[in-house]
Design a binder for this molecule. Structure first.
Ligand SMILES: Nc1ncnc2c1ncn2[C@@H]1O[C@H](COP(=O)(O)OP(=O)(O)O)[C@@H](O)[C@H]1O
Ligand SMILES: [Mg+2]
Length: 274
């Protein structure tokens, strides 16, 4: 039998630029066996950072993205019934504890209170969980178990405040914000051909104007790095700059009506012409 060695294709997410030394914080937290909370708006590279950290350190990563529909059973597991026999299918919390993997809890502040309560049990200093779902079995976290959670700032729709008790389970808090313009430019260039430099820089400037307006609640929406990356990519595909700015940055504001849209469209006209 011929064994085929397949090249490991690095996904886009492997291009993380560590512009504010987040890696080092994760490294030290991991060494000290302290759990980490990453706070920052959407699209600032939180998930990318965590994936890259796990990949570089060779740690197995289990991830869950929280929403209102996340149930305890997703985390802990659930009873199964197969051919008359009752079994237990473990959830990712239990799996990561047993195997001593890294557990990534994404957007933890979108979860319901009962789900958070269960997490809290596992995350306290004993790092134990009683499985009432599986006749009271006691799970002890294996050595190396590492938990990183993210939250979006409270202005985001559907997010809730994390209870202080749960916050205290993550004593290392990492802040990820929008990068400075030159850094964002470097990041964006990684995902595109790198031509259209002047236009890309203008797009990043525009994004920052909109972010600042959103921060003081003059606009409803704050564009992320996903948008500036998309702007560069659509320019690569041959779209004209003005139209690219419209479809990537302006049209989304129509969701809040024409007045909101017009504010942004005027800025675009002043920067890119009409
Ligand atoms: N520092 C960075 N280096 C490389 N890519 C980045 C960086 N920050 C953001 N990105 C890119 O921006 C996009 C959004 O990042 P993501 O990790 O999904 O953000 P979040 O999890 O904070 O919503 C992705 O395409 C990501 O690869
Ligand atoms: Mg994410």
């Amino acid at each position: 039998m011929r064994i085929r060695l397949e090249a490991i294709v690095l996904a886009e997410s492997s291009l993380y630029i560590d512009w504010n030394n987040s890696f080092e914080v994760l490294d030290k937290a991991y060494a000290a066996n302290l759990f980490v909370l990453i706070i920052g708006p959407k699209g600032t590279g939180k998930t990318t950072l965590v994936r890259q950290f796990a990949a570089k350190r060779g740690i197995n990563l289990e991830s869950i993205n929280f929403s209102l529909r996340t149930r305890e059973s997703h985390l802990v597991g659930a009873k199964t019934l197969e051919n008359g026999a009752i079994g237990f299918e473990q959830g990712i919390l239990v799996k990561s504890m047993k195997e001593g993997n890294m557990l990534y809890l994404d957007e933890i502040n979108s979860a319901e209170a009962d789900v958070l309560l269960r997490l809290d049990e596992a995350l306290d200093d004993r790092r134990q969980l009683v499985l009432k779902e599986s006749s009271g079995e006691l799970i002890n976290a294996a050595k190396g178990w590492f938990v990183v959670a993210t939250i979006n700032p409270l202005s985001h729709v559907g997010t809730k405040e994390l209870p202080p008790q749960l916050l205290s389970r993550f004593p290392i808090r990492l802040r990820l914000d929008y990068p400075p313009e030159e850094i964002e430019f470097q990041i964006v260039k990684q995902y595109s051909s790198g031509s259209h430099e002047k236009d890309i820089m203008q797009g990043i400037k525009l994004a920052n104007i909109l972010r600042q307006a959103a921060a003081v609640e003059e606009l409803y929406y704050s564009p992320s790095l996903r948008e500036t990356i998309a702007f560069a990519k659509i320019l690569d595909s041959g779209m004209k700059t003005r139209q690219a700015a419209e479809v990537v940055f302006a049209n989304v504001y129509l969701q809040w009506g024409n007045v909101e849209f017009q504010k942004v469209n005027d800025i675009i006209t002043s920067m890119f012409g009409s």
